[in-house]
Each structure stands twice: as structure tokens, then as C-alpha cells.
Design a protein around this ligand. Structure first.
Ligand SMILES: [Zn+2]
Length: 410
């Protein structure tokens, strides 16, 4: 079943040179004969194209093996040449930058993190530049091997022009031409898209997307990122200007707390990790009885992980916080599930630290508020990918662009 679905997904890609390169990238090691079959081309035509790829060093042969018919003739397998160069990927949230360095096969070579101490524009741009410079200088050795930078950016992004339109926790960040700033500075191609988009792309390429063409991807981020990626027929629904998926701004309590979008009672103000942390700190200051008080005294702060840990150890107050968040999330997800009837909803990000306690509350709430026949046919589960997968998505984002450009130039 899985192979059939995978083959269907591959065939959707079409049949030009950049698509062949893309299939080698995503589904390699793969043989020439399988590529010929998938693209409906002759073996000679595929060999001609592959020879060009091998000549410029983007593709390499890795010995003989079977990839299509286990009992068939063994043939040379092809994959991207990981030594072709390095790519830098950044995931930028409202509280930190995660930077990764990957080779051309997408293997992660190094990971670094920078936590923001303030949110003014000049400081944030300085942090972005520092995060790129430090990972390249420490782990790549030289800039000659760097082929580009991919970024999954917090807030709204004009992905066509590479402009970061908003950074909700920053007061002076508005329409920042981040792509041109970084391309001028580093002289390599830069591709920027919304963090949620690249996280969804990572799930599509490395996670459930291998087996499912339709799913809803929810990523709770470590701060206030709280949106969904809607994947239909193997493609991410972008909406006008790429702004689709503003799940965190579904209004669940019109008289609730003021949201940074200008509205009141948005889901993000009620159930995001940051909102839950703030609720916990406020209650501790009011003298509520909870094991979190001791942690707050020691660290002068409470993180969502502390609340999840205390809840799992039986702290009643922490359990209530998690269950309340789960109820809001389940209610919000029931709207999405009723609208799109997806076969699968994937939960990713910081909230997953609360584990089954959160998941069971969400499922119960979705069951209460969605059409029974729709609910019976939806699976809700945690992503199997690591929490901050978006930096890998940012690498995939840039790699797609680069492969297209390389294929066009050959
Ligand atoms: Zn809002």
C-alpha cells in the first residue's frame, strides 16, 4: 500500500529534468531503469540526462542494488552527491533561532541555537546574521562550500519577494527585506518562507507525507507560533499571498484576552505554550497550591516543559492547565476537521511534551464538536519527527530551488 501511494506521489511530479533531480533527491538511491519507468522515458533518454548530472557533480552512483523488482537485474543506483556543497537552514521563532548545517543529501552536520534577549529589529537581524556566520565558520570551514540559506520565519512572509512582513513580538519590525539583506551580506541564494510552511514541508517530505496526500499539520511552536498547514492532494494550501492556516487566530472567546493580531480571545491567547506559562506564573504569584511554585522560586521562570512534567507527576493545578488547553485546542480542531474532513491530523511542537494527557483531551473534545461520521474517519496523532523539524524544512525549501536552477542550467 505504502509503495503504491509513494509511486502515485512521485508520478504527480511530472517529467522534466528538474523533476528527475527532485525524485533522486527525495527517493534515492534509485536506478536509471526505475526513473525511466516513472517518467515514461526511454532508458537512453534517462541515461543522457543522468550523465549530465554526474558530469557537474550533483548526482553520483553508489554501486549496484535492487530498487524496483527485488528479483530483477542488479543495476547502479543514483543519489544526490552529498559533497556537492552545504546548505544553512534556519528556524526562527519569536523566542529563538535554531540553525543547522546540512550536506546536499540533507544530512544534518551541525545544530546551534540562539535565544533572543530582546525583540527590536536591529538586534534580531544581528542575531540572524550571527547564527549563520557562527555555524558556517565553526563547522563548514569556508564559505566556498555554502550553496545557499533557507529560512522558516516567524510571522507573515511575502515568500515571493523574500520580505518578512511581521514579527508579532517586535514593535519596529515591519516589511523587512530579509532575503536581500542576507544575499547582499553573504553572496549566496536565500529563500524565506513562513515557519509553519517549512515545518509542514518537512512533515510532507520526511514524515507522514510519504504515505498520505491529505492531512492537517498543527505545530504549536515554542512561543506564539500556533498555526496549521493544510495539505491537500500532496500540496500545501497557501491561500491568498500565502496567509492560509491562521488557526491560532480562530476566536474561541470574543471577550477573552487581547491578541497581538488586534482581536480578542484568539486560540493562541488561550492555549499556546506561552499563554499557558503566563497563566501558571500569574497563579503562582496569587499563591495557588502547586508544585510549580518551587520551580518558579529556583528558576524565576516556568516553561511549558515544567508544567507538563508536574502534570505527569500528578500536580492537580498543572493537570487542569493542560486539560484546559486541550479543550480549547480540540474545539478549534473540530472546526478544521468539520471543514476539511481530513483522514489525518498531525500534532507537532512544544505542546506534545504533555503527551497522552493532552492528546486524549483533544480527541474527546473533537469528538464532542465534530460531525460523528467525519470524526469516525479521522486519525489524530503526534508527529514522529523531532520537535524543531522546521530547520530541516528550510533546507528542503532551498534545496528545491537550487535543484531546479541546476537542472535548468544543464
Ligand atoms: Zn489573534
Amino acid at each position: 500500500m505504502k509503495n503504491k501511494e509513494e509511486k502515485r506521489n512521485i508520478l504527480k511530479l511530472g517529467s522534466n529534468k528538474s523533476d528527475i533531480l527532485s525524485v533522486i533527491s527525495q527517493h534515492g538511491p534509485i536506478s536509471r531503469s526505475r526513473l525511466a519507468e516513472l517518467f515514461g522515458l526511454s532508458f537512453t533518454a534517462v541515461t543522457h540526462i543522468i550523465n549530465n548530472f554526474i558530469e557537474v557533480g550533483i548526482v553520483k552512483e553508489i554501486g549496484n542494488g535492487h530498487d524496483l523488482k527485488p528479483r530483477g537485474r542488479r543495476s547502479a543506483l543514483l543519489q544526490l552527491n552529498e559533497d556537492y556543497g552545504y546548505i544553512v537552514g534556519l528556524e526562527i521563532t519569536d523566542i529563538r533561532i535554531k540553525s543547522v548545517l546540512a550536506d546536499f543529501s540533507g544530512n544534518i552536520k551541525a545544530v546551534k541555537r540562539i535565544i533572543f534577549e530582546e525583540h527590536n529589529k536591529d538586534y534580531l537581524i544581528g542575531c540572524i546574521i550571527e547564527s549563520i556566520e557562527s555555524i558556517v565558520n565553526e563547522y563548514a570551514g569556508s564559505w566556498e562550500k555554502i550553496k545557499g540559506i533557507g529560512i522558516g520565519m516567524h510571522g507573515l512572509v511575502d515568500y515571493e519577494n523574500g520580505t518578512s512582513l511581521t514579527f508579532p513580538s517586535s514593535e519596529d519590525w515591519e516589511n523587512v527585506p530579509l532575503k536581500s539583506i542576507l544575499e547582499e551580506r553573504f553572496n549566496v541564494p536565500v529563500k524565506i518562507d513562513a515557519r509553519l510552511y517549512v515545518a509542514t514541508l518537512a512533515e510532507l517530505i520526511y514524515g507522514e507525507g510519504k504515505y498520505n496526500s491529505d492531512f492537517i499539520y498543527f505545530n504549536s511552536g515554542p512561543g506564539n507560533g500556533f498555526n496549521i498547514g493544510i495539505v491537500l492532494d500532496g500540496k500545501i494550501l497557501r491561500g491568498n499571498k500565502g496567509f492560509a492556516g491562521q488557526f491560532g487566530h480562530l476566536v474561541l472567546d470574543p471577550k477573552g484576552p487581547r491578541c497581538f493580531c488586534g482581536s480578542r480571545g484568539c486560540l493562541v491567547t488561550l492555549a499556546s505554550p506561552l499563554a499557558i506559562e503566563e497563566k501558571a506564573i500569574e497563579a503562582i504569584k496569587d499563591g495557588i497550591n502547586t508544585s510549580l511554585t518551587q520551580i518558579y522560586r529556583e528558576k524565576k521562570n516556568i516553561l511549558f516543559r515544567d508544567i507538563a512534567d508536574s502534570a505527569l507527576k500528578g500536580d492537580k493545578f498543572s493537570i487542569n492547565l493542560i486539560e484546559e488547553a486541550g479543550r480549547y485546542l480540540g474545539l478549534g480542531l473540530s472546526y478544521v476537521i468539520n471543514l476539511f474532513a481530513p483522514p489525518l491530523v498531525i500534532l507537532a511542537g512544544t505542546l506534545n511534551e504533555a503527551g497522552d494527557m493532552l492528546l486524549s483531551t483533544i480527541k474527546r473534545e473533537v469528538g464532542l464538536h465534530s460531525v460523528p461520521q467525519v470524526y469516525q474517519n479521522v486519525e489524530i496523532k503526534f508527529s514522529s519527527l523531532e520537535e524543531d523539524i522546521a530547520a530541516r524544512g528550510a533546507i528542503a525549501l532551498l534545496l528545491r530551488e537550487l535543484l531546479k536552477k541546476i537542472a535548468e542550467e544543464i
